[in-house]
Design a protein around this ligand. Sequence first.
Ligand SMILES: N[C@@H](CCC(=O)N[C@@H](CS)C(=O)NCC(=O)O)C(=O)O
Length: 259
Amino acid sequence: MLKLYEHPFSPYVQKVKISLYEKNVAFEVEVPDAFSGGPTEFGKMNPRLEVPALVDDGFAIFDSTIILDYLEEKWPTPPMLPPTPRERARVRMIEDVCDTYYEAINWGLMEVRAWKRVTGDAAMQLESRATEQTAGVFKWLERELGSSQYFNGASFGYGDLSVYPHVHGSVVWGVGPKANTPLATWVSRVEERSSVRKTIEATQQFAGSLDVLPQMLESGAFARQYRDHRLEWMMRSGGVEVVLAGLKKKTIRFSSEVS
Ligand SMILES: N[C@@H](CCC(=O)N[C@@H](CS)C(=O)NCC(=O)O)C(=O)O
């Protein structure tokens, strides 16, 4: 059976799970020991030390986009990608903006709210930047959605599973779409699907685990990975000092070096 290394909170994992459920492909899950940055068994399989990673008969694949492509090629029915090259390019561009620019905003809110990386005025400044940026993303997403029922076009697919986990993240952090807006209506529409519901229900098992995060950071037992667009978000949104302090205290690390 396919094995998905995951964490239910990860929007990248959620993209993959929604596709697996839609395609009715059976899989088992495991949360790997991947996030401390230290050497682990999981690292032998995925040099990125990130989830999701999918193992199919001993073959390990990392990165949600690469995994989605693999699923589409190996289990083409039902297709998640729209039928024409132009539509496929369109939904892949939506995915790219969500995975890079948008994801970092929710990640930043988690750094402030759950990991309590900063408090007081510094936290308020980061939160207010995140709120403004989220409003910008919503405007862009609503233009992309236009008058369609789905980001994928006439039916649910790749465009939707690429957007939903991130919009759900905004809802979790209290900056979700306003009621009765096209985006809020789309959220309700996709939440009728069992693929989406099962993916979100799985987050419940970790709902109580957020309280311990600040202590984990304070104890020095854990260094968070700051990389790519996430690192950029913190720097651009007013958190330069957060990064410098975290590097000094060793509560922030970069991505693992490949060897
Ligand atoms: N580009 C990757 C990004 C995956 C990623 O960033 N996963 C996060 C969880 S949301 C992770 O495992 N981070 C490792 C860490 O925080 O230590 C993908 O699309 O799968």
